[in-house]
Ligand binder design. Structure first.
Ligand SMILES: Cc1cc2nc3c(=O)[nH]c(=O)nc-3n(C[C@H](O)[C@H](O)[C@H](O)COP(=O)(O)OP(=O)(O)OC[C@H]3O[C@@H](n4cnc5c(N)ncnc54)[C@H](O)[C@@H]3O)c2cc1C
Length: 384
C-alpha cells in the first residue's frame, strides 16, 4: 500500500504555538513524563523552535479503509485545533478528520520491586511484563513477556528460574536495567544500553540462546536438527579458514584489489580476512576453497574482530564472577554500618540477588561494594 510523505511547515507550527495552552500535555492536564522517543507535535514545536518543518507520513490504516494514520502529528490539542492545523499541511487542505489524536499517560509499578525473574517480590507467583513495568514499545513488551512466561512456567514446573545475563541477550540487559536501576521515564531498550554490543549480535543469536532452548525443551526434533546443522556449518567455515593457507601471489592479488600492499609470505585465510576490505569468501577462494556464503557471516565477524571480541568476553567473565557472588535476599542493609546511607536505602529497595546486580544500582559506590562484600563474608563465617 502506498504511503505519502508531506510536512508540517510554519503555518502548522504557528497554529500550534498559538494554542499550546489548550494542549493536555502543555496545559497541565497531564503531568507524567511522556515517551521521549515519540514526541507530540507540541513537543517538537517547543523543543525544536528552529526547525522549519517536521515530516509527516500518511499511512493507510488498513486494506479495507480509506482512513489514513497521520504519523508525526501525534497531539493532545482539542479536536477543532487539530482539524485547523491538519488543513494547513500540504495535500491535506480538504481533509476530513474521522478521529482526533489523543495523549497517553503512563502509569506503572516500579520494577525494582521485581526479582530478576520478573516475579513480584511481595507476591510470590505473580509475574509482571511490559508496560506495567515502566517500559514502552512492542519489543520491550514482547521480550519481557517471553522472560516472565518462561519463569512462570519454570516456577510451576519446579525448575530453576531463567535469568539471561547482560552479555547473553538484550532481554538480559532489559530485565537487569529494570529490576536493578528502575525507571524514571518510559524505558526503551537501545543497543547502546548494552556494554557488550559486540557479543550481542544478530548473527550469533542462535549460538547464544540455543543451549537454553535445548535445556528447557523448547525445540521440536526438526528445529533442533536445523539449528545444530547451521551451527556445525558455521563452525566448519571457521575451522576451514584456520586451515587454509593462501600462497603469497594469491593473497597479493587479493590485497592489491582492495588497495593494500602485497604480502611476501603465505598467509592463513583466517589472518588475511583481518585486513580491511578483505571478505572471508574471497580469502578462502584465494586459497582455493569454495564455501556456502550463507554460512560465512558468523565466522567472518569472529575472525575480523577477534581482538575486540576477546577483550569484551574477558570483561564479561570478570563481571560474571561478581555476578556469581550471591547476596542473601534478607540481608539487613540498614544494620550494615559500613555502607553509605544512600546505598543502604537503595539496596533495601532493590534487594539485589548478586553482587553484580548491586553494582548496577544507582547510588551504590565501589567502596559500598567492597564493604558489602566484607559484611556478607563476615556473616557467612558467623553462620557456618
Ligand atoms: C498510540 C500508541 C502508539 C504506539 N506506537 C508504538 C510504536 O510505533 N512502536 C512501539 O514499539 N510501541 C508503540 N506503542 C507502545 C506499545 O504499544 C506498548 O508499549 C505495548 O503495546 C505495551 O504492551 P503490554 O503488553 O505491556 O500492554 P498492553 O498492550 O496495554 O496490554 C495490556 C492488556 O491488559 C488488558 N487489561 C487491562 N486491565 C485488565 C484487567 N483488569 N483484566 C484483564 N485484562 C486487563 C488490556 O485490555 C490490554 O489488552 C504505542 C502506544 C500507543 C498508545
Amino acid at each position: 500500500m502506498p504511503c505519502y510523505l508531506t510536512w508540517a511547515g510554519p503555518e502548522v507550527t504557528d497554529t500550534i504555538r498559538a494554542h499550546l495552552g489548550e494542549s493536555a500535555l502543555y496545559g497541565g492536564m497531564i503531568s507524567g513524563r511522556g515517551p521521549r522517543y515519540c514526541p507530540s507535535i507540541e513537543d517538537k514545536v517547543v523543543k525544536f523552535p528552529a526547525a522549519e518543518r517536521h515530516q509527516v507520513f500518511l499511512e493507510p490504516e488498513g486494506l479495507d479503509t480509506d482512513e489514513m494514520y497521520v504519523n508525526g502529528l501525534s497531539t493532545s490539542l482539542p479536536p477543532d485545533v487539530q482539524l485547523n492545523f491538519l488543513r494547513r499541511v500540504p495535500g491535506l487542505e480538504s481533509v476530513r478528520m474521522t478521529r482526533p489524536g489523543y495523549a497517553i499517560e503512563y502509569d506503572y509499578f516500579p520494577p525494582t520491586q521485581l526479582t530478576p525473574s520478573l516475579e513480584v517480590r511481595a507476591v510470590p507467583g505473580l509475574f509482571m511484563a511490559g508496560q506495567i513495568n515502566g517500559t514502552t514499545g512492542y519489543e520491550e513488551a514482547a521480550g519481557q513477556g517471553a522472560a516472565a512466561g518462561l519463569n512462570a512456567a519454570a516456577r510451576a514446573l519446579d525448575l530453576e528460574p531463567v535469568v539471561l545475563r547482560r552479555d547473553q541477550a538484550f532481554i538480559g540487559v532489559l530485565v537487569d536495567d529494570l529490576t536493578s536501576r528502575g525507571v524514571d521515564e518510559p524505558y526503551r531498550l537501545f543497543t547502546s544500553r548494552s556494554e557488550y554490543r559486540l557479543l550481542l549480535r544478530q548473527d550469533n543469536a542462535l549460538r547464544r540462546l540455543f543451549p537454553l532452548a535445548i535445556e528447557r525443551g523448547l525445540l521440536s526434533d526438526a528445529e533442533r536438527r536445523n539449528a545444530e546443522d547451521r551451527l556445525n556449518r558455521e563452525d566448519s567455515v571457521l575451522e576451514t579458514a584456520d586451515r587454509t593457507v593462501v600462497a603469497a601471489h594469491a593473497s597479493s592479488a587479493l590485497l592489491s584489489r582492495v588497495g593494500l600492499p602485497p604480502s611476501a609470505n603465505p598467509v592463513k585465510a583466517s589472518e588475511l580476512v583481518k585486513r580491511q576490505g578483505v571478505g572471508l569468501v574471497a580469502a578462502l577462494q584465494a586459497g582455493g576453497v569454495a564455501v556456502e556464503p550463507e554460512a560465512v557471516e558468523w565466522a567472518e565477524i569472529e575472525l575480523k574482530y577477534e581482538g575486540y571480541l576477546t577483550r569484551e568476553a574477558a570483561a564479561a567473565a570478570r563481571v560474571s564472577r561478581m555476578n556469581d557472588f550471591a547476596l542473601p535476599l534478607d540481608l539487613p542493609y540498614y544494620e550494615l554500618g559500613s555502607l553509605s546511607t544512600e546505598a543502604r536505602e537503595k539496596l533495601t529497595a532493590v534487594r539485589p540477588s548478586t553482587l553484580g546486580q548491586a553494582s548496577r544500582v544507582p547510588g551504590v559506590s565501589a567502596s559500598d561494594l567492597q564493604n558489602l562484600l566484607a559484611a556478607v563474608a563476615r556473616r557467612q563465617v558467623r553462620f557456618t
